[in-house]
Design a protein around this ligand. Structure first.
Ligand code: ZN
Length: 302
């Protein structure tokens, strides 16, 4: 009898042990896929492989610059804002986000302290090698999220140069930082371009610790109109002619409320772009068709 009771106890203990084992196993199998950082540089090599799989080869390259931003914002403003938008977007719609990249076009600010202006051939070569290397590691869809107005033409030109020779990946450019309308009414009385109301407001969300609102009105952000040319005549010195102090707007009127509205818009817009790019099977197919046809143009029929 004593043996029987002991035996029962043992059986119950084993049953309880097996039960708890299966509960643990169940809770593990029920758990969603393990959290993966969207930061390229934070992943282990094995997790990187999983990240490429999970993102369907979709990677984001937030692109900034080091340049004066009025008297009140840090040199890295454009990269801080672009990375904030890209990282939060990638958390909504998984994509891998490349580390800090600020090797763009900023020749027009070389007279200001802290500007890093690489030569134009290096800018393009470095960007090409960066996207080539990203693609070699599985990023077959690369979305450049541009944070700096001065990169505008350089990045479009870079995208066009992808037609020079075959690539097994597509470069997508998203170059919009503020919504066209909506949100709290704007208070600016002058151009709201560089370190102005919008950009300052976004920095109040992305990196409030680096914003010096008390200095925002210590310089003028007004257009100096120092060139007497029609709008459709372009010169490389145009920006310096109009805003030599790299301040185009009124940072002092910016509010956190506007910043939150604009950042939410930017994050959602980038997430939508990531989603659309993941679904895009046409661009690479067309690129390949184009590369093939461009090898024998005389055979191309209308
Ligand atoms: Zn900027």
């Amino acid at each position: 009898m004593l043996f029987k009771i002991r035996g029962m106890k043992t059986i119950l203990a084993i049953a309880f042990f097996l039960c708890s084992l299966s509960t643990i196993a169940k809770s593990q199998s029920n758990a969603t896929a393990p959290q993966l950082s969207v930061h390229w540089e934070e992943l282990t090599a094995a997790d990187f492989r999983e990240g490429i799989h999970r993102s369907q080869g979709t990677c984001v390259l937030p692109f900034g610059i080091l340049e004066k931003h009025g008297p009140h914002l840090p040199l890295g403003t454009d990269l801080f804002n672009a990375r904030y938008a890209a990282l939060h977007a990638a958390e909504k719609e998984y994509a891998l986000v490349f580390p800090e990249y600020y090797f763009g076009q900023i020749g027009e600010a070389r007279h200001e302290p802290g500007t890093i202006a690489y030569s134009h051939d290096l800018q393009l070569a470095l960007l090409q090698e960066t996207t080539d290397e990203m693609a070699r590691n599985g990023c077959k869809k690369i979305i450049i999220v541009n944070g700096h107005g001065g990169n505008e033409w350089m990045l479009r030109y870079f995208a066009q140069t992808q037609l020079e020779k075959p690539h097994d990946y597509v470069v997508y450019l998203f170059d919009k930082r503020s919504p066209d309308k909506g949100g709290p009414p704007k208070k600016s009385s002058i151009t709201n371009w560089h370190a102005g109301e919008d950009e300052t407001a976004k920095m109040m969300i992305a990196r409030p610790d680096t914003v010096h609102m008390d200095r925002a009105a210590t310089e003028s952000g007004a257009d100096q109109h120092r060139q007497n040319l029609a709008d459709d005549v372009y010169t490389g010195i145009w920006w310096y002619a109009r805003w030599p102090g790299h301040y185009s707007g009124e940072g002092a009127v910016a509010t956190e409320e506007l910043g939150q509205f604009q950042m939410d818009w930017w994050v959602n817009a980038v997430a939508d772009v990531i989603r659309a790019v993941k679904a895009d099977d046409v661009s690479l197919e067309l690129q390949n068709e184009f590369y093939e046809k461009s090898r024998h143009p005389l055979e191309t029929q209308p």
